[in-house]
Design a protein around this ligand. Structure first.
Ligand code: MN
Length: 703
């Protein structure tokens, strides 16, 4: 094919394209790649040509297609970006440059977070390069058979992990399905072939069945004079595989390996068609979804319904207008086709998602956290709920009430006790009920705990919780460190305390300021032995000296113990060997970076610990406000296997300590009494609410 022929084939797709520029860039690309062959043996220029063709199908304008033709020139030939800029202008040169840089990054070993961070940095500047990268990847996937098996797998994995979700996120469903099937074929050839075979073997039967729906449906629509186009098609191999995996079933147990699609002219017709369809076959109301009234975040719109079709089989039907269908095939690209020609500022408004990510990448310093956020934002966002003010919050599938609260406002998340939705009270770790209005319940005494990290799914919530915990741990470490320090001064009977200067302490322990010293001490990062060695020079008291000689400073019985309690809660680690409880007689070991490990005073492990590493401890008397720490839960439940286990794991989730339990079962009913120690009333409220959601529990009373 000559450059003129190729240009003509693209103009056949989109008559608005600039023929001259297409031919000019093509000739340049052919020249630049002269003599180069693809692994398949074809001339290299076939690749950029295919990329250009895909871009034309996506209704990209000529400059984007031109950049597509030139996308490998800088990388694989003598020509530089400057030369391209000189010949074809800044816009095209910039796009080529971005695509080249992205592939440079990808060649590095670190194909992880940093790659994608850079990728997005370029994308946010010129969103069109997503289209070029996707078209590039699609053609590479089509010619993957010529590469070595390890390369095939690596590229396929990247396609499945990154490019397919990216296409999905942008609503480019046709891209997504094609990329997924191609990648799946290389990653899991056996499963791929098995599903492909099954589809082949059953195709005649399926075709007949599809006709048994389409035929009467067409008659009905004709009678009602509703102009529409009805099609039936098999689902894609990878999506069938995912369904099998998700439901744990075999392919012949899947009812939805095909779907019927009804395309109509206008929105009102969608609902008419729905009515006629439901008239013929009974719908399963639980499966009905109206993505027209509430579009998906990637702008996808459609009505989804499942009816009980001929022979009692379930049949999935999608109803949409031609425009909606266009959006579903070409995604936002259908919109981009116009929007790409807008100014950058206007474009940004339409690129909400890219904006969100660009903003996040500045806020997140840690690569792994960022990658998590990226993956999450690439996944289909299928749950959403409303705030009482009518704001729609969209979250990844499986997101919890806590995620929702953090998404609304940081403070709401930090003090979230649970929620009220659809007349029910939900615990903080309950999944958000899609489509409902959620009212967050909060209390000032509520605060994050480490277990919250596993109760949340979004990076936003987890980052906020982590940040809060880090801050709380720093404050608590500082206070504990100060306590330990003052107690040891007292225990060593150091009289000339005034001669101890902060500056000397800081110098000896290599810290910037005294607070940093306290913090390190409280966290256990400074061995007690070092404190002791340092203090020796200040102790002139004979009592201290005799003790120092015995090397038995910190835990002798006449030492006054360090009091611990609520204010140190993040630094107290209860040893699993002796299961101590607040109130027990205990001793502590200062553990590097972790705070205090608490053991019962008579725990055998303590004999193996050098005396100079032990801390004498005592429990702080609970403050008046903290009296509610002790509480009794009475639970009534229907007797079922594992109900006790479920109750305990619920309590454990909120970090409360079980002091005593009595369970009685009689005539299939279980009555339980659980004595608990909790840090505050919010914690108890959490447990109460969470227990109410455990299957089988009929009543929970707290006293
Ligand atoms: Mn390429």
């Amino acid at each position: 094919m000559t450059p003129e022929d190729i240009a003509q084939s693209l103009i056949d797709i989109n008559p608005k394209l600039d023929r001259e520029l297409l031919i000019k860039t093509l000739i340049f690309a052919i020249d630049a790649h002269k003599g180069q062959l693809r692994k398949s043996g074809e001339p290299y220029v076939v690749h950029p040509t295919n990329v250009g063709k895909t871009l034309a199908e996506l209704k990209m304008d000529t400059t984007v297609i031109a950049a597509g033709f030139l996308h490998d020139v800088v990388e694989d030939s003598e020509y530089s970006t400057e030369e391209i800029e000189e010949k074809f202008g800044t816009e095209i040169a910039e796009m080529v440059d971005s695509v080249t840089r992205i592939s440079d990054i990808q060649k590095g070993i670190d194909r992880t977070a940093r790659t994608f961070k850079k990728f997005l940095a370029y994308v946010s500047k010129r969103p069109q390069i997503i289209a070029i990268k996707l078209a590039d990847r699609l053609d590479n996937m089509h010619t993957l058979q010529y590469l070595a098996p390890e390369r095939q797998k690596a590229i396929s994995k990247e396609t499945l992990d990154f490019y397919a979700p990216l296409a999905h996120r942008l609503g480019l469903y046709s891209f997504k399905f094609e990329l997924e099937d191609l990648a799946f074929k290389y990653l899991n050839p056996d499963e791929y072939t098995a599903i492909e075979k099954h589809l082949e073997l059953t195709s005649k039967e399926r075709e007949e069945y599809i006709q048994s729906i389409i035929f009467p449906l067409n008659i009905k629509m004709n009678l009602e004079q509703l102009d529409c186009d009805i099609r039936g098609r098999s689902k894609h191999i990878y999506s069938i595989y995912e369904k099998m995996k998700a439901r744990g079933c075999k392919i012949d147990e899947l009812y939805d390996i095909f779907a019927i699609r009804i395309i109509v002219n206008q929105i009102a017709d969608c609902y008419m068609a729905l009515g006629y369809l439901h008239n013929l076959w009974m719908p399963l109301y639980s499966r009905f979804k109206d993505y027209i009234a509430v579009p998906k975040p990637n702008l996808y719109q459609s009505l989804h319904t499942t009816v009980i079709g001929p022979q009692g089989k379930l049949v999935e039907v999608q109803i949409r207008t031609k425009d909606m269908n266009e959006t579903a095939e070409y995604g936002m690209a259908a919109h981009w086709a116009y929007k790409f020609n807008l100014k950058k500022e206007e474009l940004e408004k339409n690129m909400d998602w890219v904006n969100k990510i660009t903003k996040m990448q500045n806020e997140i310093s840690n690569s792994t956290e960022f990658l998590g956020f990226l993956h999450e934002s690439l996944l289909p966002e299928d749950s959403y709920a409303w705030t009482p003010q009518g704001k729609k919050i969209t979250l990844p599938l499986g997101a919890t009430i806590l995620d929702f609260a953090f998404a609304v406002h940081t403070d709401l998340g930090l003090h979230c006790l649970g929620a009220r939705a659809a007349g029910k009270v939900l615990a903080i770790d309950a999944s958000i009920p899609t489509g409902e209005t959620i009212q967050i319940l909060q209390s000032n005494s509520q605060e994050p705990q480490e277990t919250w990290l596993s109760m949340t799914k979004t990076q936003k919530a987890q980052n906020t919780i982590r940040h809060w915990l880090r801050k709380a741990i720093t404050t608590q470490s500082m206070l504990l460190g100060k306590k330990i320090w003052q107690k040891e001064l007292q225990n060593l009977k150091i009289s000339n305390v005034n001669s101890l200067y902060d500056a000397d302490i800081c110098k000896a322990f290599k810290v910037q300021n005294i607070n940093a010293f306290y913090e390190n001490l409280g966290k256990g990062e400074i061995p007690l032995k070092d404190i002791f060695t340092f203090l020796k020079q200040y102790s002139d008291h004979s009592y201290a000296w005799s003790k120092l000689k015995l090397f038995n400073v910190f835990s002798s019985s006449e030492d006054s113990p360090i009091s611990i309690g609520y204010n140190e809660r993040f630094l107290l680690n209860y040893a699993s060997c002796c299961n101590p409880l607040p109130g027990d007689l205990v001793k502590g070991i200062l553990k590097s970076g972790k705070g205090i490990e608490i053991h019962k005073e008579d725990c055998k492990i303590l004999n193996k610990i050098p005396q100079d590493q032990l801390l004498a401890l005592q429990w702080e008397e609970p403050e008046a406000a903290e009296r509610e720490q002790k509480c009794v839960l009475r639970v009534e439940a229907t007797g079922r296997v594992a109900i006790e286990k479920d109750i305990f794991s619920t309590i454990a989730k909120y970090n409360a300590l079980v002091k005593k339990t009595i369970f009685e079962s009689k005539e299939g009913r279980v009555n339980g009494r659980i004595d608990l120690l909790a840090f505050n009333s919010a914690q108890i409220k959490n447990i109460e609410q969470s227990l109410q959601t455990v299957a089988g529990i009929r009543k929970v009373v707290v006293s």
